[in-house]
Ligand binder design. Structure first.
Ligand code: 5GP
Ligand code: MN
Length: 320
C-alpha cells in the first residue's frame, strides 16, 4: 500500500540527483545490505550515490557493490538517507557537518525518528525487509544485486531465520529475493557459517571465562585478547550468538572492551524478555531480542553495573 509519505519520498527521489546513504558503526549485515540494496537501486536509475560506513565494510566482501562503500562523505548531497540506525549518534561522526537526515529507514523499537521522513517499522525483522516493501513504492526496482544485498540483511538480522520475529512474510520476501537471483546458500555460508580462524581463536578467550547465574549467561573480551590472537575487528566476532545458543541462557550478554575507557555491550534474549529498554537506559538501543550499548567505564565497572541492571530485569520479568 502506497502511503502519502511514500508518495512524497518517491517525488523527492525523482527530483534529486546526489544521494548520501549511511548506516551504523560496527556495521552488521543488515546495515551493509540495506545501504547497498538501496544504493544500488538508486544507481540503477542513474542517481549519483555515496554509500558511507565509518568503519568500512571489508567483512561484507560477498555483497555486490561493496567496493563502492567509502568511510567518509564528500561534497553536498541533495538527500541524506540513514538506514538501520535508531539514533543519530549510531552513524559515528560521518554526518557531523551535515544537517538533519532527509530519510530514516529503520526497524528498531527505540528509534528516535530523527529524519525529515521516517519509515520506521519495528515489527519488521530487518531494515532490508522494510526496503523490500518500499523500494518499488519509491519508483525504484530490484535486480539480482539489489536482491542479494537485501537477502543478506534479512539473513543477518534473523541469524538465519532463527529469531522469533521470523514469520511467513519474511520467508515469502526471502523467496522472492531468491527468485530475483539472490543466492541463499552463499549468503548463509558467508554470514553465519564461515568464520576467520582469528575470530574463532578470539572466541576461545571469551568462552574460557563464560559465566552463568539464574538464566543469565555472559562473558567478556578484552583488548589484550584481541591483540593476542590478532583479531582486527572491534566487535565480539558474533560470539554473543554462541552464548545465546546455551540452553540455560534466557538472557546472554557480552562485554567487549574498547579503547578510551569504553565497553560495548550486547544483549540477546529469548522470547518473553525485552532487552531494548535496558540497552536504551545505558545509552544504546535495539530490539526486544537483541540490543546493544556503548558505555563509558572500565570493563569491571561496566560489567558490574550492567549485570545488576540485567538481574533486576530478569527478576521483574519473573514477577510479571
Ligand atoms: P549488537 O549487539 O549486535 O551490536 O546489536 C544488537 C541490536 O542492537 C542491533 O539491532 C543494533 O543495531 C542495536 N544496537 C547495538 N548497539 C547499539 C547502540 O550503541 N545504540 C543503539 N541505538 N543501538 C544499538
Ligand atoms: Mn537491522
Amino acid at each position: 500500500m502506497t502511503t502519502e509519505i511514500d508518495r512524497k519520498i518517491a517525488e523527492e527521489i525523482q527530483a534529486h540527483q546526489n544521494f548520501l546513504i549511511v548506516s551504523h558503526v560496527r556495521p552488521d549485515a543488515d546495515a551493509a545490505g540495506s545501504l547497498l540494496g538501496l544504493g544500488l537501486a538508486l544507481k540503477q536509475v542513474g542517481k549519483d550515490v555515496q554509500m558511507v560506513l565509518q568503519d568500512g565494510a571489508d567483512k561484507f566482501h560477498y555483497m555486490p557493490g561493496v567496493d563502492l562503500i567509502t568511510q567518509a562523505p564528500v561534497g553536498k548531497p541533495d538527500m541524506i538517507i540513514v538506514v538501520d540506525c535508531s539514533d543519530p549518534t549510531r552513524v559515528g561522526n560521518v554526518l557531523d557537518n551535515y544537517g538533519k537526515p532527509d530519510l530514516v529507514v529503520d526497524h528498531h523499537k527505540t528509534n528516535l525518528e530523527f529524519g525529515r521522513f521516517n519509515v520506521v517499522e519495528p515489527e519488521q525483522a530487518a531494515t532490508a525487509a522494510i526496503l523490500f516493501d518500499h523500494i518499488p513504492l519509491w519508483g525504484l526496482a530490484f535486480d539480482a544485486d539489489v536482491a542479494a544485498c537485501l537477502l543478506a540483511g534479512i539473513v543477518g538480522d534473523t541469524i538465519g531465520f532463527r529469531t522469533s520475529n521470523v514469520n511467513s512474510e519474511v520467508m515469502r520476501k526471502s523467496a522472492k529475493l531468491m527468485d530475483l537471483g539472490a543466492d541463499l546458500t552463499q549468503v548463509y555460508s558467508e554470514e553465519l557459517v564461515k568464520k576467520p580462524f582469528k575470530a574463532v581463536h578470539y572466541w576461545g578467550a571469551g568462552l574460557n571465562r563464560i559465566e552463568q547465574e539464574n538464566g543469565m549467561v555472559w562473558t567478556s573480551l578484552t583488548l589484550a585478547d584481541r591483540e593476542k590472537v590478532g583479531y582486527a575487528g572491534n566487535d565480539d566476532a558474533d560470539l554473543v550468538n554462541v552464548l545465546s545458543s546455551v540452553r540455560e541462557a534466557e538472557i546472554a550478554l557480552i562485554f567487549v572492551e574498547q579503547p578510551d575507557n569504553e565497553v560495548k555491550i550486547s544483549w540477546r534474549a529469548k522470547s518473553g524478555f525485552d532487552v531494548s529498554g535496558i540497552a536504551f537506559e545505558f545509552g544504546g538501543g535495539g530490539h526486544a531480542a537483541a540490543a546493544g550499548a556503548d558505555v563509558k567505564g572500565t570493563l569491571a565497572e561496566v560489567k558490574q553495573r550492567v549485570l545488576v541492571a540485567t538481574r533486576k530485569l530478569m527478576q521483574e520479568n519473573a514477577q510479571n
